[in-house]
Design a protein around this ligand. Structure first.
Ligand SMILES: Cc1cc2nc3c(=O)[nH]c(=O)nc-3n(C[C@H](O)[C@H](O)[C@H](O)COP(=O)(O)OP(=O)(O)OC[C@H]3O[C@@H](n4cnc5c(N)ncnc54)[C@H](O)[C@@H]3O)c2cc1C
Length: 340
């Protein structure tokens, strides 16, 4: 094997030898990757086990930001964020995801890079451009109830399933990486993912040898936080639609707003057009409805998922209404309220 010196993963043996990163995968909690291997959707030649990556289990807190190591579990992060008013959106989103057992095992980096739950991606007897480039998309004319309405292409309508990534998109988190040459970079989560276009199998801007080492979030006051997830069951179910929102209102005017949608986009959806429309305006129901229309002007249903367009609009208006009412009553409030 050609030695490929890289990551300081283990104190005992610093070098991980990897022959080809294209045909290898990083293994974190394994709650997604191992499933994909069992279904023969992923069959890497080599697994790079991150469990010995000792520096990556820490959460460090400075005056300006919180930095979360990639191996911090979803449970630990939810507990930590619950105690930090400025991160409470993250806690709400994490606790709305999966189950206790899964959250105990799942990690920060693995959660961001989990693959879609499209039924046809998992069914190896059906065409899927994401699994087998050029084979077609069975979802477009198939049973596409959990699929995306934003950012899709004629080659793929799969949705991104992560609740945590949706909250991190709203919080404008930054991903820290390191590649096989030891080069590091920082990528805003809002720029981490790629739209499917005609290459839906390429999901992020990360190189094959690029390891997520941590995620950082600035400690900026963001006002009231709400994560509302609409799903078929109250636990153990992915989002049909979710809205992550932080809002500050001063004298009835929206002074700051961060918005992201889950379950509806081919990537965690930064609702930038709605944010821009809302900022600096007086918080009214009519304004919220218009903001939803602005963001959803490019939304496209594929049949069974058409219901997501009105559902997302209603959920967004509901969340904005609750956040603004709370801010009007408690203008200094920083932290979570729970969506009714
Ligand atoms: C039944 C079930 C229900 C679920 N429900 C929800 C839900 O409601 N909401 C939700 O958001 N999620 C849900 N999940 C998904 C779960 O959150 C993910 O499986 C989990 O977060 C993945 O994390 P992991 O550490 O196990 O990743 P792994 O399975 O280890 O890895 C996932 C991917 O990330 C890559 N990777 C991991 N770490 C790194 C890194 N540091 N750098 C580069 N690449 C890396 C791996 O190579 C792999 O491709 C559910 C899962 C199951 C099985």
């Amino acid at each position: 094997m050609k030695p490929f010196a890289v990551f300081p993963l283990h104190k005992k043996h610093d070098l991980v030898q990897v022959e080809s990163f294209e045909h290898s995968r990083f293994l974190a909690g394994g709650t997604n990757l191992v499933d994909l291997m069992k279904h023969q959707i992923e069959s890497p030649d080599q697994i790079i086990d991150l469990s010995g990556f000792e520096q990556a289990y820490d959460i460090t807190d400075s005056e300006q930001q919180v930095t979360i190591g990639t191996m911090v579990s979803n449970t630990e992060l939810a507990d930590y964020a619950y105690q930090q008013p400025g991160l409470s959106l993250l806690s709400q989103a994490l606790l709305a995801g999966a189950t206790v057992q899964l959250r105990n095992r799942a990690t920060t980096g693995g959660n961001l890079l989990q693959r879609t739950r499209c039924y046809y991606f998992y069914d190896t007897t059906r065409p899927c451009n994401k699994r087998k480039p050029g084979s077609g998309c069975a979802a477009i004319n198939g049973f596409n109830r959990n699929h995306a309405i934003l950012g899709t292409s004629e080659h793929c309508i799969a949705s991104h399933p992560s609740d945590m990534a949706t909250a991190m998109t709203a919080l404008d988190a930054t991903v820290h990486t390191c590649n096989a040459n030891g080069e590091t970079r920082q990528i805003p989560v809002r720029e981490l993912y790629r739209l499917p276009g005609d290459t839906p199998h390429i999901e992020t801007h990360l190189g094959a040898d690029e390891l997520i080492t941590a995620v950082s979030i600035d400690k900026t006051p963001r006002g009231t936080h709400i994560y509302q997830k609409v799903r078929d069951r109250s636990s153990y179910a992915f989002a049909l639609v979710s809205v992550a929102c932080t809002m500050q209102v001063k004298d009835g005017i929206i002074s700051d707003i961060n918005l992201a949608f889950g379950g509806v986009g081919s990537q965690p959806w930064h609702a930038q057009a709605a944010e821009e429309y809302l900022r600096g305006k007086s918080a009214t129901t009519e304004l919220f409805e218009h903001a939803a229309d602005v963001e959803l002007s490019s939304a496209k249903g594929s049949g069974y998922n058409d219901f997501k367009i009105p559902m997302l609009k209603r959920t967004l208006v509901h969340v904005l209404t609750q956040a603004s009412e709370h801010q009007n009553q408690h203008p200094e409030h920083e932290g979570a309220i729970y969506a009714r």
